[in-house]
Design a protein around this ligand. Structure first.
Ligand code: PHE
Ligand code: CO
Length: 296
């Protein structure tokens, strides 16, 4: 028998009827992964590794090797944790899926990264509407070995706990920052334009699209601009923001966000595909194939 995620489907919450997961931390049920689960990991791993040579940020692929992530089997959290603890003091914890915001922030603030324990099915290799083990482990975990990025993520968690007290608008602004950096960020380094966002790193289609397609905008990182920009959850992004270094990300976010939240709350949200006069576009997208509605 395959182990199954413990979902409690369709509970009525303040966000309507949504699938809810148990928030408890669970031990990775490693021995109940089936041969199919390991094979899904192997196929995805092989495919992305090949695609990401010359596309992922410099150390990403070597870091995977160094941590002991390989294609032969789903990695054990315990093994990865040994490498993480030694390098940056982070640890992975197993979860059923997306967590309530405050619980998530609290984990990050304490250097715990929640990883979905279950992996997608063979018919979901190309697309899945929620994070699974492949996205979380393959995409997010290698960057936790980078001390600068690891500090950024911890500061983000602390900032999230604080923003919780400022209300829904502040949280929405902070979510946009996570989306356009941790999930869909690009970096312009010495080698060229590279991917560091986990949402891209775990996606076959978007790994190519984000760098090579003429459709999306590629715009220089601007904290307040990003915090006002809506995004897509169901299609490739219309806009990617490009950092120069993780130092830049740290520097830009080591300021007090409270006045920023209130200032930005007065200003209009920028639709996901718009380019502003003040933007420094690396590339202005053609907008080909964009759906007009559906920005969130
Ligand atoms: N500096 C932010 C604050 O004052 C917190 C933060 C840090 C947010 C890093 C995002 C990333 O709330
Ligand atoms: Co993610």
């Amino acid at each position: 028998m395959n182990a199954q995620p413990q979902r409690v489907e369709h509970q009525l919450t303040d966000k309507g009827y949504v699938p809810i997961y148990t928030t408890s931390v669970i031990e990775q049920p490693w021995s109940s992964y089936s041969a199919t689960d390991h094979d899904v990991w192997a196929q995805l791993f092989r495919r992305q590794r090949e695609l990401l040579i010359g596309r992922a940020d410099g150390e990403f692929l070597c870091t995977q090797d160094a941590m002991g992530m390989g294609e032969d089997r789903i990695p054990k959290f315990d093994d990865l944790n040994r490498a993480l603890r030694a390098r940056t003091g982070w640890e992975l914890i197993g979860v059923e899926g997306l967590l309530p915001e405050l619980v998530f922030f609290e984990h990050l603030a304490n250097k715990r990264f929640p990883v979905t324990w279950w992996i997608r099915k063979p018919e979901q290799l190309d697309y899945l509407s929620e994070p699974d083990l492949f996205h979380d482990l393959f995409g997010h975990v290698p960057l936790l070995m980078n001390p600068l990025f690891a500090d950024y993520l911890q500061a983000y968690g602390q900032g999230g706990m604080r923003a919780h007290g400022f209300g829904a608008e502040a949280l929405a602004q902070l979510t946009r920052l996570y989306w356009y950096t941790v999930e869909f960020g690009l970096i312009q380094n010495a080698e060229g334009l590279r991917i560091y966002g986990a949402g891209i790193l775990s996606s076959k289609g978007e790994s190519v699209h984000c760098l090579e397609s003429l459709a999306p905008n590629r715009i220089g990182f601007d904290l307040e601009r990003i915090m006002r920009t809506s995004f897509r959850i169901d299609t490739f992004q219309k806009t990617y923001f490009v950092i120069e270094s993780f130092e830049q990300l740290m520097r830009a976010t080591q300021v007090d966000f409270e006045p920023i939240y209130s200032r930005l709350a007065e200003r209009p949200i920028i639709p996901a595909g718009n380019v502003l006069e003040s933007d420094l576009p690396f590339h202005r997208g053609t907008g080909e194939g964009w759906l007009l509605d559906g920005d969130v």
